[in-house]
Write a protein that binds this ligand. Sequence first.
Ligand code: NIG
Ligand code: ZN
Length: 419
Amino acid sequence: MTSPTCYVGISELFSGTGRAGTTRTEAVQRIANAAILVRGEQIEHVGPESEVRAACPADTRFVDMQGKTAIPGFVDPHIHLVWGGDRSGEFNRRLHGAGYVEIAAEGGGIKSTVRQTRAASADALATKARKTLDTMLLHGITTIEAKSGYGLDRATELKQLDVMDQLSAAHPIEMIQTFMGAHEVPPEYAGRPGDYIDMLNQELLPEVKERGTVTYVDIFCEKNVFELEDSRKHLQAALDHGFKIRLHADELFPLGGAGLAAELGAVSADHLVHASKEHQRAMAASGTIATLLPGTSFFLRAAYADAASFQEAGCTIALSTDYNPGSSHTISQALMMALGCMKMGMTFEQAFLAVTLNAAAAIEKADTHGTLEPGKQADIVFLDTPGAMHLVYYWGVNHVSDVVKAGRRVVTDRRLITT
Ligand SMILES: N=CN[C@@H](CCC(=O)O)C(=O)O
Ligand SMILES: [Zn+2]
């Protein structure tokens, strides 16, 4: 058996507690002068340093973290990882006054990335996505949900999934895969979203299921994209094929996607800027996580979801960057916490749980991920700060200095360890 490692000299350990998503912000613990004992891939003990040292076996290797803060690795439960090209020109057009919907209607937006993703080789897509994963790891993200959805045809959707398989096997970041063939209506099916959904249901869902690597099916349930009936049809077909489901819901218009998510028992409904109170309550009753995406609101200069309203309705709230080339080109979960606190009325504790334990719940990993507790996977981020509060208090700065993923050190002193 491998010798355990004990991380000592931790000025503050800050973590949620428990094995399920929570609305209880008291579910955070703060331990001053802490230590963490790790054996193999798991945490064996956390607590005050003197207590943990007393529990360490004789062959323990001690690593002095020199006053850093320890938190669980960030989980990001909504990532558009694999895509080609660049939309900075479109972004500049928006700064000059063009609207996101206006650009999309002209064939830009998601469709522009689809063209560039179709044209790119799998190798080029993998190289670009690997760099993104490296940047995420350096910012403390240790687990993500990653979607296809910039192909919108069989070959390119499968190419995206192939790239995800390749990166999943090679990169320390743990990846849960989602098929999002229904991200937009492709040009070949313009004006015929129902026919496209039929094709996805009959041809692609069985083939994707066969791969065995994809957990979820997601859809952009939105006015003039996939409206409620097409969304219901696709999601029901996904459930029938044995997938779990998640939705982009009520982002730009109050269509009722949040209600559909609750009705069908979706694991998560995301965006939710325009979700009605009735649908928020329905989501709470169905246990559907509310994954809020403040980076998108920021980047589109749009309204923010009302976190207090979801909290009051009893929803478990997660936060995600929604990393993508058009509406939220960022990988910083710390920045999402800052936006959650400053723009959505969240407390620090709520925002912290939303990027750790509740984000893990949004990908059904809360029993093993998202907190620093005995028996959980040893996904640990060390911050070069006197406490976790600096994630928001000293905002816009990457404070991550060291990362341990599944018990293995993968970032040391802000540098990736490549093995
Ligand atoms: N809402 C739809 N999809 C993305 C936007 C993708 C894009 O603009 O490329 C989102 O999650 O925000
Ligand atoms: Zn998205």
